[in-house]
Design a protein around this ligand. Structure first.
Ligand code: PAF
Length: 282
């Protein structure tokens, strides 16, 4: 695997590799890699001749300095995992490389409200930071396909919107959420759970799945209330539990278009904020 820290070196390599690169897949990450990330790389490798993975803990998407400082960083292990899975290129830049003063990297997006609900309510400015870095990384890597996970469903929807709005020549591909045996969605943040909160954490996915039963008896609003109550247990602090249309992320009023519905939630387990979702088209 090639490892580049400088934009110019990565671009030089991609230019040289040029004719040998039939298709370029790109998996942006913030490191602390787990099977979920690796599955995106495997997915990219099924169809692209080369895959670039980036590891960059993007400061502009953190609205709390503490969260940024606590974000797990495991570069040595990440490199080993990427080698094992056969990733061709790792891009591991410093902040100055992604946001050099001479390049206009600051962007203000209008996501037509997609960024104002759910995560957006609790993390103002977060999605502008995510879109800013993904746009910058796409400009640098110029891939044919971009791979992102379903676990960050709102993030995926917003990046889809950004690609549409800016007419970016890249295909966005969704990778499914990978889970531990007990249902907890894989996340880099899981590393920070205390043993007690780790034991509680599967309750999040259990509650998401309850929706499939509850919807037979209750309205979406009632289901939402049930779920918030079910998650309001010692050790947990649910922030939201929303049943929304997957295109506009607004609450659904009835159960008619289940193939368009997704349930999204965020729950604090101790001092770790976990998010998860379930598509209802099943
Ligand atoms: O999902 C993530 O890990 C990050 O939000 C991303 C897409 C790598 C941008 O920093």
């Amino acid at each position: 695997m090639y490892l580049f820290k400088k934009v110019s070196d990565l671009q030089h390599y991609l230019k040289l590799a040029g004719s040998g690169v039939q298709n370029l897949g790109f998996v942006p990450t913030m490191g602390a890699l787990h099977e979920g990330h690796l599955s995106l790389i495997r997915l990219s490798k099924t169809i692209n001749s080369h895959t670039v993975c980036s590891i960059f803990v993007n400061p502009t998407q953190f609205n709390e300095k503490g969260d940024l400082a606590l974000y797990p960083r495991t570069p040595g292990k990440d490199i080993e995992l990427l080698e094992k899975v056969g990733c061709e290129v790792l891009f591991l830049p410093e902040v100055e490389e992604v946001y050099p003063p001479e390049v206009q990297t600051k962007l203000e997006f209008d996501f037509k409200g997609l960024d104002k609900v759910m995560e957006g309510t609790f993390r103002p400015g977060h999605f502008n930071g995510v879109a800013q870095v993904v746009k910058r990384l796409l400009d640098i890597v110029q891939p044919d396909r971009l791979y992102m996970g379903q676990k960050d469903f709102q993030q995926f929807t917003i990046i889809e919107q950004m690609i549409r709005q800016l007419h970016l020549p890249v295909e966005l591909v969704m990778g499914e959420t990978l889970r531990e045996a007990d249902g907890l969605a894989l996340s880099s943040r899981n590393l920070r759970l205390s043993p007690e909160h780790r034991q509680l954490a599967p309750k999040i996915y259990e509650t998401l799945k309850e929706v499939l039963e509850w919807r037979k008896k209750y309205t979406p609003v009632e289901v939402q209330k049930n779920a918030m109550q079910a998650l309001d247990i010692p050790g947990f602090k649910p922030e939201y539990f929303e049943i929304v249309n997957r295109n506009n992320l607004l609450p659904i009023q009835g159960w008619e278009n289940l193939d368009q519905a997704v349930v999204c939630t965020a729950v604090w387990a101790g001092n770790v904020r976990l998010i998860d979702n379930l598509l209802l088209n099943q």
